[in-house]
Design a protein around this ligand. Structure first.
Ligand code: SF4
Length: 459
């Protein structure tokens, strides 16, 4: 099993303090041969100096951050490594009541008032691991705001709705959404290890009504089997990776038996909130069902811990293409600096930044939603200022069920019949001459070309 020491990258600033650096040569002998191939000018071998050994620095990555270590010591001193790193233990010790929450956080009035009134809303649930990343004192800290409810959840504005994307209307069988002709969304179940307060499916998840029962899932799979247009199935939920390996394997096997299903995608937040779930057994099972793709939900650089790096490395090593989904959240990740840092982490974790979502207008989400202009400002701040790979597509999932619509800053300033006027990332203007439709003489009737061809000696 990979112990995570082979990762050669950085992680969140906090965790970086905990990093151990070691100099070593591995495997022995390689360095000498590299040195001989590329001696550095200042290290030219003299008669007295028979060999030069270049320093070969590998960052040995800590398995956890100092913050998580301190949290464990304080709140779970009796949990050994085996327990803490076991995903079942993490789920069994979730913080899901106000009494438990009080142990870990100094609650604000806005949080306390909300917690007394949660029966009608998305439940509370936070893994001990994710809790270790949350500020104990500051109710406005980014991760805390995404998982601890506040009274703002209970204010519904006129434009908000429980199901703004009209998924229920596009659901032919329970737990299946069919919006686009060639792909479907299969809701595996409604359980998540940690509940995000801005969840688009807060009307469904955590309410214990969507079970991963064989009977329900078979009806959904029968629907997919009957529609030969469906070539792409996205399994989401709730979080499908909180199912057991056996149940997930059963779903994937059934889908793989359908000839017209070309790819299966899994949408999950597990690498961010429960990275312990990514086990060697799980990735061995997943790779049997390729092509499997994954959409990983990350929203802030503080989630990019050694544990998350390791989970993503295991998935990537299993040949699973990883893409990210990030929801733009007011006061949480709505600055160019925060988003750039997150996107850079994702690339280092081998996760391709894919979608930046405008937060959906679900009931009680106004404290999370930013103006659309803020999203455009962030994309403008990324495009051209960092690698193109680090720039996600900013999309609005159209209320009413219109699907995802990309929203782009205006780089096209105008066009006429012969050229386009474009603006680059620095705001400078450039003209591009549009190729015109021209009628070229036919090669077959060009004697000039024939003569030239005959002149070329054949070898
Ligand atoms: S992990 Fe996904 S499905 Fe679960 S609460 Fe968060 S956003 Fe919703």
């Amino acid at each position: 099993m990979d112990d995570g020491t082979s990762l050669i990258q950085c992680y969140s600033k906090d965790a970086a303090k905990d990093e151990i650096q070691e100099d070593f040569e591995e495997p022995p002998g390689i360095l000498l041969s590299l040195t001989n191939l590329h001696p550095r000018p200042q290290e030219i071998i003299t008669p007295r100096q028979t060999a030069v050994v270049l320093p070969f620095v590998v960052r040995r990555q800590s398995k956890t951050s100092s913050k998580t270590k301190a949290f464990r010591r304080k709140f779970f001193p009796n949990a050994n490594d085996k327990e803490w790193n076991n995903w079942h233990w993490q789920i069994n010790h979730r913080i899901h009541t106000i009494l438990k929450l009080r142990r870990f956080l100094n609650l604000s009035t806005e949080e306390t008032d909300a917690l007394g009134n949660l029966s009608v809303k998305l439940p509370l649930g936070i893994t001990p691991y994710y809790m270790s990343l949350i500020s104990r004192e500051d109710p406005d800290s980014p991760l805390r705001r995404t998982v601890v409810p506040t009274v703002h959840e209970f204010f519904k504005t006129p434009e908000e709705a429980d199901d703004p994307l009209c998924e229920d209307r596009q659901s032919p069988v329970p737990g299946l959404v069919h919006r686009y002709p060639d792909r479907v969304l299969l809701l595996a179940h409604d359980f998540c290890s940690t509940y995000c307060r801005y969840c688009t499916r807060s009307r469904v998840v955590g309410h214990g009504r969507l079970y991963p029962s064989r009977n329900r899932l078979e009806k959904a799979i029968d629907y997919i089997r009957a529609d030969t247009q469906i070539r792409d199935v996205l399994i989401s939920g709730g979080d499908p990776l909180t199912l057991s390996d056996d149940r997930l394997n059963w779903i994937l096997t059934k889908l793989r038996q359908i000839p017209h299903v070309e790819i299966v995608r899994i949408g999950t937040k597990v690498p961010a909130v429960l990275p312990q779930r990514i086990t060697p057994q799980l990735v061995r099972m997943l790779r049997r069902h390729h092509p499997i793709w994954m959409s990983l939900h990350f929203i802030h650089p503080d989630e990019c811990t050694p544990e998350a790096y390791r989970a993503c490395a295991m998935l990537a090593d299993a040949g699973i293409p990883l893409n990210s989904q990030t929801v733009l959240l007011a006061g949480i990740n709505d600055t160019v600096d925060t988003m750039t840092e997150l996107m850079h982490h994702l690339l280092k974790m081998r996760v391709r930044p894919y979608y930046l979502y405008q937060c959906d207008p679900i009931s009680g989400s106004s404290h999370f939603r930013t103006p659309v202009e803020k999203g455009l400002e962030i994309i403008r701040g990324l495009r051209g200022f960092t690698s193109g790979y680090a720039v996600p597509t900013y999309v609005i999932d159209a209320p009413g069920g219109g699907g995802k619509i990309p929203v782009m800053p205006d780089y096209v300033m105008g066009r006429d019949s012969s050229e386009w006027t474009l603006r680059n990332y620095e705001g400078k203007t450039f003209k591009y001459p549009d190729p015109q439709q021209r009628i070229f003489p036919s090669f077959a009737h060009s004697s000039v070309i024939h003569e030239k061809v005959e002149d070329v000696p054949l070898k």
